[in-house]
Design a protein around this ligand. Structure first.
Ligand code: F6R
Length: 608
């Protein structure tokens, strides 16, 4: 989490740093800070949003041609001005994204050396450590490398020094960082969106890289000093894609972008009647063909996508599938099978737990690895043998929406490829499945038309403290996703259950104040679900049912029913999640919460 920006240019870089931070605010937004060199070191820090920092910078007319900046998601130390970055030591300033795991030991050593700490952060040790190294290694680039050799953990760092205003030194280990090459200078940031304002020419650093950026260029070396070259890439990211346009919130924009995001993701399949394994990478045919089972590793919403996929993979492709929360899997003793296809799912491709779970799986001898990811240049994509890049476009709202549905589309394609390879699907059936999949963007568009009715429902949730979501089969993960969306952006406590579990405990919670939201497509489990809903109604619970056009569930006292236009068989999970996204969005509006930046959260979870 946290976002960093750095600049050395032929202009006042403060506006660039601030604009970069605004673009990175999705990574953390509890405090922000910047430092510039202008004869001396000028540092500004503010609790809250980047707007607070910008107002401060305006008030003091902050200016300088070399600078670093940071937007924070607190890990070590509460959000406060003293814990906000940059952290300083003498005339040196540092911003950091990640966690220095051995910060306590380093802190004790540095204290013994006479360094005084003014914050509770792990980052401050980096500032003092580099300052200490400078005493014996006077060159900043070399001193930073010497300090890095003593750090354990994850970092993207930018360091500058008032006696040396011509450069900023940056480094990456485990947290994303790229350089931007412009005509008027050189920049660095946590992601490309922050630098599109100045350039499209980007250089992605690898883990273990350290770079010096100057007005007239850059050089990169490994921590041991070995020089390395990294390719310059022309970013394809469109500046419009990260603008809000006519929408009120990014989450709303991203919900409504789903038909396009799905169509773009499916574009690579074109009008094909049959899929090639090569869709997942050059080496996919062998890797997929020989896989005996699938292990899906992911977190949060991406984990929910994996849970849906398990139903598809087992039912359609006939391949055993386990789905694990990445942060649990990595610390669990499991029984590895080297012939497992390990599928990691991540919107950002930078989620620390998912990356670590992948490394753990590999260390257990599982080398058939696939990433389903929305960011082509991300760490996850670079670390797996196979990949499928969803084309959702940048997702800025903290609550994931279009990334989820495009992940589902990718997982369905994977299911079809495995089903074909395993002889579970004939050519005609595959062509039918692909035709159905290509129709999903249009079907999602029709679901979006339900928004006015969902908005009316949302008003009824404004005063509620709790909500229960029910689903069965592959719609149980959709219920989980609906509950997650509601809790993260409206702060209403929500839980999801497979509807059959209700009577085994949670039914005790149901009363008139507990709205119960049911995902009720017209599938084989509908009749069972209807009985579960009767159990709720009999206890006075108010039901909100998302049914299909042909589900026979009638509106009645305490039973509200909304019908999705089409019944969509195995793919209905892709449709049924959409009204739940809209419901949580509108409930959040009713409650007046910060939809795109819910409290305590951040978009890209690059810490454990
Ligand atoms: C919820 C949400 C999170 C993410 C999770 C994993 O709306 O966005 O639960 O899904 O943090 O993130 P990625 O997919 O980037 O690995």
């Amino acid at each position: 989490m946290c976002g960093i920006v750095a600049a050395v240019a032929d202009r006042n870089v403060v506006p660039v740093l601030l604009e970069g931070l605004r673009k990175l605010e999705y990574r953390g937004y509890d405090s922000a800070g910047l430092a510039v060199l202008n004869g001396g070191l000028q540092r500004l820090r503010a609790v809250g949003r980047v707007a607070e920092l910008a107002a401060q910078a305006d008030a003091v007319r902050a200016a300088g041609t070399t600078g670093i900046a940071h937007t924070r998601w607190a890990t070590h130390g509460v959000p406060s001005e003293r814990n906000a970055h940059p952290h300083v030591s003498g005339g040196l300033a540092v911003v950091h994204n990640g966690i220095i795991e051995n910060h306590e030991a380093l802190r004790e050593r540095l204290k013994a050396d006479g360094y005084a700490f003014t914050s509770d952060t792990d980052t401050e040790v980096v500032a003092h450590l580099v300052e200490k190294k400078l005493k014996s290694v006077p060159d900043l680039f070399d001193a930073v490398r010497a300090a890095l050799a003593e750090l354990e953990g994850a970092y993207a760092l930018a360091v500058m020094r008032e006696d040396d205003p011509s450069r900023v030194v940056v480094a990456r280990e485990g947290s994303p960082l790229l350089l931007g090459l412009a005509d008027d200078g050189c920049y660095a940031a946590s992601d490309a969106s922050a630098l599109l304002q100045v350039t499209r020419r980007m250089v992605y650093l690898e883990n273990g890289d350290c770079a010096e950026i100057r007005r007239d260029g850059q050089r990169i070396a490994r921590i041991d000093g070995t020089p390395v070259e990294r390719p310059v890439i022309e970013s394809q990211l469109s500046a419009d894609a990260v603008e809000l346009g006519t929408y009120d919130h990014y989450m709303q924009k991203e919900i409504f972008e789903q038909p396009d995001a799905l169509a773009n993701t499916l574009e690579m399949v074109g009008a094909a009647r049959s899929l090639q394994p090569g869709l997942f990478g050059a080496a996919a045919a062998d890797a997929l063909q020989g896989a005996r089972q699938v292990l899906i590793l992911a977190c949060g919403t991406s984990w929910h996508a994996g849970l849906v996929a398990r139903y598809w993979l087992e039912a359609i492709a006939g391949i055993p599938c386990a789905v694990e929360i990445a942060s649990e899997y990595r610390y669990r003793d499991s029984v590895p099978d080297p012939e497992t296809l390990v599928v990691t799912i991540s919107q950002s491709g930078e989620t620390a737990d998912t990356l670590a779970a992948l490394q753990h799986a590999r260390s257990l001898g599982m080398t058939r690895t696939l990433a389903i990811c929305n960011v082509p240049e991300s760490s996850l994509v670079r670390e797996t043998a196979l990949r499928f890049i969803t084309r959702a476009g940048p997702e800025i709202g903290v609550a994931s929406t279009k990334a989820f549905t495009t992940q589902l589309a990718a997982l369905y394609l994977l299911t079809l490829v495995l089903a074909r390879l395993r002889g579970r699907l004939d050519a005609a059936a595959e062509a039918r499945e692909l035709k159905a999949l290509r129709h999903v963007p249009a079907a999602v568009q029709k679901v979006l038309d339900l928004e006015p009715a969902i908005k009316d429902w949302a008003r009824l949730f404004g005063g509620k403290q709790h909500a229960l979501f029910l689903g069965r089969g592959r719609h149980y993960p959709i219920a989980l996703e609906g509950a997650l969306k509601l809790k993260e952006i409206s702060y209403i406590h929500a839980e999801a259950y497979p509807a059959g579990e209700l009577k085994h405990g949670p039914l005790a919670l149901v009363d008139k104040d507990m709205p119960v939201i049911a995902v009720a497509p017209n599938d084989a489990l509908l009749e069972k679900l209807k009985s579960n809903l009767q159990e709720v109604r009999a206890r006075g619970g108010e039901l909100f049912v998302f049914a299909d056009a042909d589900s026979e569930i009638a509106d009645s006292e305490g039973v509200h029913v909304l019908r999705l236009p089409e019944h969509y068989g195995a793919l209905s999970a892709l449709l049924h999640v959409v009204p739940l996204q809209l419901l949580s969005y509108h409930v959040a509006l009713v409650k007046g919460t910060d939809v795109d930046k819910p409290r305590n959260l951040a978009k890209s979870v690059t810490v454990e």
